[in-house]
Design a protein around this ligand. Structure first.
Ligand code: CTP
Length: 396
């Protein structure tokens, strides 16, 4: 049994929230319905009260001494807003809390599931799309609307997802939300920069996106996440403890300092393997540039984690251009890893900096191709396999 807050906003699809509410009650969930004032124009609170046999919440001021938004926010295993109107999405994206529903959504640490439903033009408006992206990046789960017949008597995108699709999404979010509860996850991500002088550096094309998505997914599964992040403009996920670093030395120190308490460590950073042997304190004038650069090695952070690992489940990445799996298996053994994710960086459609990637996960005696897709989807597939492998390791 889960305690679920069902937020109903003011759109024509509000009546469909009653069927969803009934399905959840039949599954044994305890449902607290929170309605906006506009939702009450479309459907009566009585319907939800009868379905849930619980009071329906419509105002911050019904019983202010109970501080209802905080009580509901704390007790919920998940908050689902069905339908989520353009107005509610905009308020949630900007942290506006001017009624009970938006207060609950802001006050909760439980997963937020949003099922938008609105007119096609409103859904496709760049403002709505930007709000959806913002909310998704912050960890909200969006159940995309479908194309179909709308209240305007025309067809288009914006129809509330089918009841069973929303129930399945909610079940999936709830199942995942506790999977890594109590687990400490340490992730390195992004490039490093090695200074030549105060204005020039050696680096690479990594944006840190894959590691950031792995951190986001770990948080969605209830993990406590430390993210050691090299220089990137990509925003780290809400809820991670982020340590910003620049050089390989800084990344190494920050990572090793956090390694002892980590149950799972994932090295996704594209660490510079070499740095200038001498970083000039003053800008080098072009006439004075040396004909060749003297380089020295940087520390191998993942290898250092492997040498001192004490029960940590250790995962590395291998960015390869040829003989992918043979090179990766060699790294798996040499760096004492429990699994390694291989990606082909010779393929311009995947790898560094792009939205998509293609990953094969290897471990001692096993292999799973995760296929090609957006890094967010791959992060989810990768955690599915890692969680399974780790569970098998602890049981075995
Ligand atoms: N890595 C690291 N510290 C380094 C270099 C690499 O932690 N100084 C980690 C990466 O985050 C990745 C893995 O090691 O998880 C593999 O990195 P890669 O550069 O592909 O492998 P190397 O072992 O450095 O071998 P090579 O460059 O010869 O392929």
């Amino acid at each position: 049994m889960n305690r679920i807050v069902l937020g109903v906003a003011g759109g024509i699809a509000a009546y469909k929230a009653a069927a969803l509410c009934s399905a959840l009650v039949q599954c044994g969930d305890e449902v607290d319905v929170v309605m906006t004032a506009d939702a009450e124009r479309f459907i009566g609170a009585l319907t939800f009260a009868a379905l849930t046999r619980r009071p329906v919440h419509t105002s911050l001021w019904q019983a202010p001494e109970m501080i209802p938004h905080i009580a509901l926010a704390r007790e919920a295993a998940a908050v689902a807003v069905v339908p989520a109107t353009a107005n509610v999405l905009a308020k949630l994206a900007h942290g506006i809390a001017d009624d009970l529903l938006t207060n609950v959504a802001l006050a909760t640490r439980a997963p937020l599931i949003l099922a938008p439903a609105m007119n096609t033009a409103m859904y496709e408006h760049p403002a709505t799309q930007a709000n959806l992206r913002t909310l998704q990046e912050r960890g909200a789960h969006i159940v995309a609307p479908e194309a179909g017949f709308l209240a305007e008597r025309e067809s288009g995108v914006g129809r509330l997802a089918e009841r069973d699709v929303i129930v399945a999404a909610l079940r999936d979010v709830l199942a995942r939300s506790q999977e890594l509860a109590g687990t400490r996850v340490l992730i390195t991500a992004g490039p490093t920069r090695e200074a030549l002088d105060p204005v020039r550096f050696l680096s690479n094309a990594s944006t840190g996106t894959m590691g950031i998505e792995l951190a986001r997914e770990a948080i969605a599964r209830g993990a406590d996440v430390d993210l050691v992040l090299g220089p990137t403009v990509v925003e780290p996920p809400f809820g991670a403890r982020v340590v910003r670093v620049t050089t390989a030395d800084e990344m190494c120190a920050a990572t090793l300092a956090r390694a002892a308490g980590a149950n799972i460590a994932i090295a996704s950073a594209a660490v510079a393997d070499w740095r200038p042997a001498l970083a000039q304190a003053r800008k080098v004038k072009k006439e004075d540039a040396p004909p060749a650069l003297a380089l020295e090695r940087t520390p191998d952070i993942l290898a250092a984690l492997g040498e001192r690992k004490n029960g940590t489940f250790l995962v590395g990445f291998a960015a390869e251009t040829h003989d992918l799996e043979a090179h990766a298996r060699e790294k798996l053994v040499r760096k004492h890893l429990d699994a390694i994710a291989v990606n082909d960086v010779s393929d311009p459609a995947s790898g560094f900096g792009t939205g998509d990637n293609e990953i094969v996960l290897l471990w001692d005696g096993g292999r799973e191709a995760l296929g090609r897709g957006p890094k967010r989807a791959l992060a989810r597939s990768m955690w599915n396999v890692l969680a399974r492998l780790r569970a098998a390791r602890s049981n075995g």
